[in-house]
Design a protein around this ligand. Structure first.
Ligand code: ZN
Length: 418
């Protein structure tokens, strides 16, 4: 519980650093409004997500730079949209993490690497009959029933994957009955159908990255400048999250090991203190990512391999370091916050052996490589000829609404840092 009380203040500091608008508010109000909202601050903090997207642009080849450089500020500013959506869209939260420890031990061989196969093993499909009965048509525990998985695979591919983001997980009953008939499976008359799944509860980050890569490639193929920008900003965010070890474990804030607050300490406080002054941001040129499924799983599995060090090193350090030098007040605007002391953060960073810098550099290179690969896979369209993206009034209104939802501070789904 060492971090328990001041965890909120750490995050508060990160949020204020990112959002100077609160600095003119009277201090009591600042404390309350900031901390109520931002106990759910984004992964890497706003600071690092923006840096990662911005620096990824600077690695691109000239053929891409011609477009991306014009929009570098936009890509940095919108690097945190995905986190803001967590306050407005229920399906957004699980895209930012995966609790791998819920699936056994590394390398989690039994966990399907593609989303379709994972869904087939972690989903139940129900029908509501015309008489009002609920019947299980396809259930969990499919491991030994591979024949049934094979029969249902085309249906899942076409309909269940598509309905995944629907909060009610509804399916069209007529289509489902038609499918059951074609497979000679029992097909009671249905008036409704739906599915339940257990993947969302533990996060879908590596699977969602595969989808993002396909979507971004398609956007390049269509030469849709606006969609390219939006998807580049978002995939940059999710790739950033995938490089944070604590985004791959159910102990995401040290809450299971008495280290509450370590999430923001590792990913917000340390980068904000040291990234710009001490980190080497020269990461080389982007590379083709090859098989996106393997590529994104390797990133997540590597991050997961660092979880034990993230926790154990901080625990050891906190026992050796003078207790009264671990937490410090820090003035931001008119507010005094309690945060990990700069020297203590430096000691943690040192003890981690450069892990935060390495992960941040790897994230920058991976973001650039994801963008680059999508462009290559789309046939290297000439980005000089893209139309300037224009955002409609409707889109601008949606953006304002998104920010307002975020300001209200009601996250939907699991917060990262409580
Ligand atoms: Zn995130």
């Amino acid at each position: 519980m060492r971090f328990g009380y001041f965890a909120a203040w750490i995050v508060c500091a990160a949020a204020i650093g990112a959002d100077q608008r609160v600095s003119t508010t009277p201090s009591r109000e600042v404390h309350r409004s900031c901390c109520e909202r931002s106990t759910n601050a984004p992964a890497w903090g706003f600071f690092a997500h923006r840096r990662i997207n911005r620096l990824a642009v600077l690695t691109l080849p000239p053929e891409m730079m011609v477009f991306f450089k014009q929009h570098i500020d936009w890509l940095a500013d919108h690097a945190t949209d995905a986190d803001m959506r967590r306050y407005a869209v229920l399906a957004e939260g699980p895209r930012h993490y995966i609790d791998l420890d819920e699936y056994g031990e590394p390398p989690f061989a039994a966990l399907p690497r593609t989303f379709l196969e994972a869904l087939l093993r972690h989903t139940s499909v129900f029908g509501i009959t015309t008489r009002g009965d609920t019947v299980l048509l396809y259930g969990s525990n499919r491991d030994t029933e591979t024949d049934l998985i094979g029969l249902w695979r085309p249906y899942f591919d076409r309909h269940v994957v598509a309905a995944f983001s629907d909060p009610d997980h509804l399916l069209d009953p007529d289509t489902l009955v038609h499918f059951l008939n074609t497979q000679n499976l029992p097909a009671p008359p249905l008036r409704a159908a739906l599915f339940t799944e257990t993947l969302s509860a533990h996060g879908i980050l590596p699977w969602h990255l595969q989808k993002m890569q396909r979507d971004l490639t398609a956007a390049f193929r269509r030469r849709d400048a606006k969609r390219i920008l939006r998807l580049c900003a978002d995939i940059g965010h999710y790739i950033g999250d995938a490089h944070v070890p604590l985004h791959t474990t159910s102990n995401y804030n040290g809450q299971k090991t008495g280290q509450q607050g370590i999430h923001a300490f590792w990913e917000s406080r340390i980068p904000e203190l040291f990234a710009d002054e001490q980190y080497d941001y020269f990461v080389g040129k982007p590379q083709p990512i090859g098989d996106a499924t393997a590529y994104y799983w390797n990133i997540v599995l590597h991050s997961n391999s660092l979880v034990d060090s993230v926790l154990a090193i901080e625990r050891r350090l906190s026992q050796q370091y003078p207790a009264d030098q671990q937490k410090c007040p820090e003035t931001r605007g008119r507010t005094v916050l309690i945060v990990p002391c700069a020297d203590y953060a430096a000691a943690y960073q040192q003890a981690l052996g450069g892990m935060v810098e390495r992960q941040m550099r790897a994230a920058i290179l991976a973001v650039a490589s994801a963008w680059y690969s999508a462009w290559i896979d789309a046939g290297m369209p000439n980005l000089r000829q893209l139309d300037q993206p224009t955002f409609s009034d409707e889109e601008r209104r949606e953006e304002i609404l998104l920010r307002q939802q975020y300001e209200k501070g009601q996250i939907l789904g699991r917060p990262e840092e409580q």
